[in-house]
Design a protein. Structure first.
Length: 382
C-alpha cells in the first residue's frame, strides 16, 4: 500500500511537471478600459493586433493612432518602441502627433492658405505664419469609425472618417479610410484611401515616433539610419518652408544613403541642419516621383537591443524628424519623461507646401479620383 502511494505521488509529480504552462497574459501597462470614452458623441476604444512572431500592436480610433508596437529584441524581450500615452484622456489633452494619422494635409503650407481655380482657401495658422499638419485639430483629434477585419496579410483594423466641406478651411466632403494590418512577416502596413467631391490638396501620413531601445529609454542618437535619398527640399529659414529648390545633399551631414548614427553629425554647422535644430527635413526618395511603386525608404538599427526596422512606401518622400522639440514635459507610457531627441519620426509623404510649388509632385485630389498610398514599417533583429 505504501509503495502504491509513493508511486502515485511520483506519477502525479511527473504529470504536473510535464503539463504545459498556462501562458500568462502580456502586461502592456494599460487595458482596453483605459481607452473607452465618449468624445464628441462618439465612442473611443482600443484595438490589439498580434501575430505568431510575437509582435503586438495596439491602436485607438481617437486620431486613428498607433498606441504601441511591442517588438522583441535579440533576447526575445518585448518592449514598446513607440512614444505615447496609457489612456485616452492623455491623448485628448496631450501631444496630438503621437502615432496619429495627419490630414488632410501633413507638414507645412505657407501662409496658411492655398488657391484652387481662383478661389483662396484660408486654413488655420498654427506654426509661425504657416498651417502645420492642417491645424491644431485636424484628423488627429477626431474619433474615427473603426472595425476589426481579417485580411490575407493578417489581422487588421479599418478606420474611416468623413470630413465635411470647409472643415479647417479645406474644400470638399472628404472620405478617408486608413487600414492598419499586422503582417505575418512582422510588418505594420498602413493603407490610405481618400476621396472628395471638390478638388482639395491632400497629403496623408502617420506621425509615429520610434525609439528602438524602448520608449522612455533615452535618446535616439545611437540609432543607425539609412535613407534612400540623394536630394531634399531646401528650406528658407527656421520656419522650414521649402524654397522650391531641390538640393543635392550627397556628401553632406544630411546624407544617409550610407549608414550613419543619428548623433554623428546632428550638430554639424551645415545651415540647413541648423535651421531645423537638427534633422527636420523632407527627403526626396530615389524613385519615380510621380509613380506609385512600393520601394525601400529607410532603415533604422539600434545596436544595444539589436532591433532593426525597415520602412517601405509608395510615397515619393519622407520627413525625417529627430524629436528636436521634445522638452521633457511629457510623461510617457513607462512613466519617464520624453526628453530632447528621445524619438525619431519617418513620416512618408508628399512634399511640404506643394500647393505653392508647381515643380513638386501633384497633391491635388480631384472629384472622381481616389488617393491610394501604402507604407510598411517592418521589424526584425540583427
Amino acid at each position: 500500500m505504501k509503495k502504491t502511494l509513493i508511486l502515485s505521488a511520483v506519477i502525479g509529480l511527473a504529470v504536473a511537471c510535464s503539463a504545459p504552462k498556462k501562458e500568462q497574459p502580456f502586461n502592456m501597462g494599460y487595458t482596453k478600459a483605459n481607452f473607452e470614452k465618449e468624445v464628441n458623441g462618439k465612442q473611443t476604444t482600443l484595438f490589439t493586433l498580434k501575430n505568431d512572431s510575437g509582435i503586438i500592436v495596439t491602436l485607438t480610433n481617437y486620431g486613428a493612432k498607433i498606441v504601441s508596437i511591442f517588438a522583441p529584441d535579440k533576447n526575445d524581450s518585448l518592449k514598446d518602441v513607440v512614444l505615447g500615452y496609457t489612456n485616452i484622456d492623455q491623448y485628448i489633452s496631450g501631444e496630438a502627433g503621437f502615432g496619429a494619422i495627419v490630414g488632410p494635409y501633413a507638414n507645412r503650407i505657407a501662409g496658411g492658405q492655398f488657391e484652387i481655380d481662383g478661389q483662396v482657401y484660408q486654413l488655420p495658422v498654427n506654426n509661425h505664419q504657416a498651417c502645420l499638419h492642417s491645424g491644431p485639430d485636424s484628423f488627429y483629434r477626431q474619433v474615427w469609425d473603426a472595425k476589426e477585419i481579417q485580411t490575407a496579410d493578417g489581422p487588421a483594423v479599418e478606420m474611416s472618417l468623413d470630413s465635411p466641406d470647409g472643415q479647417w478651411g479645406f474644400p470638399g466632403n472628404k472620405h478617408v479610410v486608413v487600414t492598419y494590418t499586422l503582417t505575418k512577416d512582422n510588418g505594420l502596413k498602413i493603407d490610405y484611401r481618400a476621396t472628395t467631391d471638390k478638388a482639395c490638396y491632400f497629403n496623408l501620413t502617420n506621425h509615429v515616433y520610434f525609439n528602438l531601445k524602448g520608449e522612455g529609454n533615452g535618446d535616439i542618437l545611437d540609432h543607425v539610419l539609412v535613407i534612400d535619398a540623394n536630394y531634399s527640399t531646401a528650406v528658407a529659414d527656421s520656419q522650414l518652408i521649402p524654397t522650391g529648390e531641390i538640393a543635392d545633399i550627397r556628401g553632406t551631414a544630411m546624407d544617409f544613403t550610407t549608414p550613419h548614427t543619428i548623433g554623428e553629425r546632428i550638430e554639424d554647422p551645415m545651415p540647413q541642419l541648423r535651421m531645423g535644430g537638427g534633422y527636420d527635413h523632407n527627403y526626396i526618395l530615389n524613385k519615380d516621383q510621380n509613380g506609385s511603386e512600393m520601394t525601400f525608404c529607410a532603415s533604422l538599427y539600434e545596436p544595444q537591443s539589436g532591433r532593426f526596422m525597415e520602412c517601405f512606401t509608395t510615397e515619393p518622400a519622407v520627413q525625417l524628424y529627430t524629436g528636436n522639440f521634445l522638452k521633457g514635459n511629457i510623461i510617457g507610457k513607462s512613466g519617464k519623461p520624453y526628453n530632447y531627441r528621445n524619438g525619431i519620426c519617418l513620416e512618408t509623404q508628399h512634399y511640404p507646401d506643394s500647393p505653392h510649388h508647381k515643380n513638386f509632385p501633384n497633391t491635388l485630389l480631384a472629384p472622381g479620383d481616389t488617393l491610394k498610398s501604402t507604407t510598411i514599417y517592418k521589424f526584425s533583429v540583427k
